[in-house]
Design a protein around this ligand. Structure first.
Ligand SMILES: Cc1ncc(COP(=O)(O)O)c(C=O)c1O
Length: 389
């Protein structure tokens, strides 16, 4: 059973913890506010970027644009000296609006259509990822270039990230050397290795295991005359949604140690964080647009649902915290979306005080893999963004 958090209780706790609840208060009390609304904080992007940079000082950040491609994310990351991981022509066009040098981007998609590949190469992207021989054949088109190629490998782990990104991509460790040899045959440059341990990965050990595997692979590649210059440790860094997790600094401590122990200084290390940068800067404000009692539960129909911002519940397997601004006894309730589909239910069994039509309910941490995967099914309005400092 999921619990919602009362804003009054949060304010009380904030007094002792010294946290700031003024933004939430303003969102609950602002007289007119058109919902659904996504409030995006520029400074929170910077805080996340700096925290990860501090936790992994040896690692350069290439923000993975996919969890949230709002231009504010791209601009803020660029302003702080960050770079980007892109996976499509659309993302390339967007990040190039900053004026970034395309040769510094990493195109991380291991399987690209020829049209996508041509576009990226034509724009000046130089670093690409592969995990299979068929993809390497496509490099033959670019005879006048020497593209930098990373091989993405997967490892087996006992515990898995919430979103398994090793299921669809990544070759086995045994396939890395044969793939590097194929790259050499095309005349392009085997440049390094990459992995993605899975998104919302709360197991630091999985990174450590992958870094050790990278070390062993680099050793084998050395023996075959390959010069490994880059290791890309992917994304996956976790966010505290409803389950407590360690701070990013403690989470990354074993990763820092493993990188220092296993990866020699001459190899540049990058990461492709998405969620960790994108989740917390965005807060979704919804209104209750209808209410009914069905089979002993109070049903609240909100103006955003599974087909829009809450699509992350489906595709990202995520549960977002719920903040309410009502007092009183909590009742077994359901929060459903605004479409005609019975499937459009976000929380079934939530304990929350009684709400009236027109009340606002707030969902923090809705910046990653939420709006990007939504639709306007039923031709319903999608939320606007409001940008705050
Ligand atoms: C290749 C690649 N890099 C980076 C990311 C971002 O991962 P995360 O949001 O877990 O940090 C993803 C997510 O799908 C990905 O596929």
């Amino acid at each position: 059973m999921t619990r919602s958090t009362s804003f009054a209780a949060m304010e009380q706790a904030a007094l002792s913890k010294g946290t700031d609840t003024s933004r939430l208060r303003e969102l609950f009390t602002r007289e007119t506010l058109e919902t659904p609304l996504l409030v995006l904080s520029r400074s929170d992007i910077g805080l996340n970027y700096d925290a990860l940079k501090k936790a992994l000082p040896r690692v350069s950040i290439h923000y993975a644009v996919k969890p949230n491609n709002h231009q504010v994310f791209i601009d803020e990351v660029y302003r702080r000296g960050g770079n980007f991981d892109v996976c499509s022509a659309g993302e390339i066009k967007q990040v190039m609006q900053t004026g970034i040098n395309p040769a510094t981007l990493v195109h991380s998609h291991p399987v690209k259509s020829i049209a996508e590949f041509d576009f990226a190469v034509g724009q000046g992207v130089e670093t690409f990822v592969v995990d299979n021989p068929e993809e390497i054949k496509k490099f033959a088109r670019y005879k006048d270039k020497r593209l930098k190629v990373l091989v993405r490998f997967r490892i087996s782990t006992n515990s898995r990230a919430v979103v398994n990104l090793q299921y669809k991509f990544g070759c086995s460790v045994d396939e890395v050397l044969p793939l590097a040899r194929l790259i050499r045959q095309t005349g392009h440059d085997f440049y390094g290795l990459c992995f993605h341990i899975g998104s919302q990965c709360v197991f630091g050990d999985n990174y450590v295991k992958a870094i050790k595997a990278a070390h062993d692979l680099i050793h084998d590649l050395d023996l075959d005359g390959f010069d490994t210059r880059l290791l890309d440790i992917g994304g996956g860094f976790p966010v505290e949604y409803v389950v407590p997790i360690p701070s990013i600094d403690s989470f990354c401590a074993p990763i820092r140690t493993a990188l220092d122990k296993h990866i020699r200084p001459g190899i540049r290390i990058i990461s492709e964080p998405g969620r960790f940068i994108a989740a917390s800067p965005v807060t979704l404000v919804c209104s209750v647009i209808g209410r009914s009692v069905r089979d002993g539960k109070i049903w609240y129909y909100l103006d955003d649902g599974l087909y829009s911002t809450f699509s992350g519940i489906l595709y990202d397997h995520c549960q977002y915290p719920v903040i309410n601004n009502r007092d009183g006894e909590e009742h077994l309730s359901v929060l459903a979306g605004p479409t005609c589909d019975s499937f459009d239910v976000m929380y079934d069994g939530l304990m929350i005080p009684v709400h009236e039509v027109g009340d606002r309910i707030i969902f923090p941490l809705t910046g990653a893999y939420c709006a990007v995967s939504g639709s306007n099914f039923n031709a319903l309005k999608r939320p606007n963004y409001e940008i705050v400092a």
